[in-house]
Design a protein around this ligand. Structure first.
Ligand SMILES: CNc1nc2cc3c(=O)[nH]c(N)nc3c(CCN)c2[nH]1
Length: 375
């Protein structure tokens, strides 16, 4: 019998929770960080090394994969897990956010969003139904409704209009999902409402009415700043079902994640560790450094000598500095690997701190070691 999708919370510490999401393809320890594998690859990483960092789940993107190589071709080749050689859970985003941030000549209507591919200019249409069809063709374990993510600031009535559209798309996404999905797969509703408490509440009430096995918090990490993001979490998380996963989309820097975990968020995804790794930024226990800085040119120490991760332990900063200066592929590969390990160590540290009811001490230590204020 396929394990149904479920979250079991093992411990709480204030608003924070730690637990396990069971899926047919494996368990996800929460709080969880999901490396972004947009076009069917976590850039510059072998899947076995992504797993070695401790990742239980990776993220894929409907927008990119529908354009290239197309969802139909991935399905013909056995689905995304087989295609990218990752047998564990995959979460896919629904495409709306990427259409608005990447495509050209977009037209948003009640039915969906039509757009021109940023790759070859071909025209496409994403509706709630088509997005679910694509995510099912990919074989995604955790799927997202099609939604609209407005910018912040936005006037209240425009934010409500957008939130109500996303709520209607939530309904349509669920109906399509019920038709097309396989047992054990899950569809998350996405809470919108910008930074308005009444709209966030109205969005959540509508989604709970429709009923989902998990809820994403959308519409944040769009330039509102950490303090405003935390303020929205403060009035949104407490009203989210306590027994279902809460996924804060697109977040974030380490300090964002620490603050959001303390407010009750369970799942995260962000391009920060991979994208910044490719450009020479490395996170360390005492904060972020840029390896291209001349001060590292003769630094014989690795990024983290105590780490189990080869990228963190077996290569000097001088060597990494050289690789980036020389434009060698190995530079971005090693720094990506190191950053993903740093993020997974952060998540396991948070999980252990919550399990032993010492999250406050963990956060104080994080603040003093990194110099982060966490607002
Ligand atoms: C980087 N900041 C950020 N904010 C997001 C909001 C949404 C959002 O409101 N909806 C959806 N579907 N995705 C979002 C994403 C993409 C997550 N991989 C976001 N990323």
């Amino acid at each position: 019998m396929t394990e149904p999708f479920s979250l079991s919370v093992n411990a709480t510490d204030g608003a924070a929770r730690t637990g396990v999401i069971k899926t047919p393809r494996g368990e996800i320890r929460t709080p969880a960080f999901m490396p972004v594998g947009t076009a069917g690859t976590v850039k510059a990483m072998l899947p076995e090394h992504v797993r070695a960092t401790g990742a239980d789940i990776v993220l894929g993107n409907t927008y990119h994969l529908m354009l290239r190589p197309t969802a139909e071709r991935v399905a013909k080749l056995g689905g995304l897990h087989q295609f990218m050689n990752w047998s564990r859970p995959i979460l896919t985003d629904s495409g709306g956010f990427q259409v608005m941030s990447l495509s050209k000549l977009r037209k948003l209507t009640e039915d969906g969003v039509s757009f021109q591919s940023h790759i070859d200019g071909s025209r496409h249409m994403l509706t709630p139904e088509r997005s679910i069809e694509i995510q099912c063709l990919l074989g995604s374990d955790i799927q997202m409704q099609l939604d609209e993510c407005p910018a912040i600031p936005i006037e209240h009535d425009k934010a409500r209009e957008s939130m109500l559209l996303s709520a209607r798309w939530a309904e349509r996404s669920k109906r399509a999902f019920e038709e097309l999905s396989k047992p054990g797969q899950a569809l998350f509703g996405i809470v919108q409402g910008a930074n308005y408490e009444d709209l966030r509440r109205e969005s959540l009430d509508k989604l709970i009415e429709i009923d989902f096995p998990g809820y994403s918090i959308g519409g944040l990490a769009v330039g509102e700043g950490r303090e405003e993001m935390f303020r929205v979490l403060d009035f949104t998380c407490p009203h989210m079902p306590a027994d279902k996963p809460r996924y804060l989309m697109g977040v974030g820097k380490p300090a964002d994640i620490v603050g959001a975990v303390a407010r009750g968020v369970d799942m995260f995804d962000c391009v920060a560790p991979t994208r910044s790794g490719r450009h020479g930024q490395a996170w360390t226990k005492t904060g972020a450094i840029n390896i291209k800085n001349a001060i590292f040119a003769e630094d014989p120490e690795p990024l983290d000598p105590e780490s189990d991760c080869p990228a963190s332990r077996d290569y000097s900063k001088a060597y990494l500095h050289h690789l980036f200066k020389a434009g060698e592929y190995l530079g971005p590969m090693l720094l990506t690997w190191h950053n993903l390990q740093y993020y997974q160590d952060l998540m396991s540290g948070l999980r252990e701190a919550i399990a032993s009811a010492r999250l406050a001490a963990y956060i104080e230590n994080f603040k003093s070691e990194t110099g982060e204020t966490l607002v």
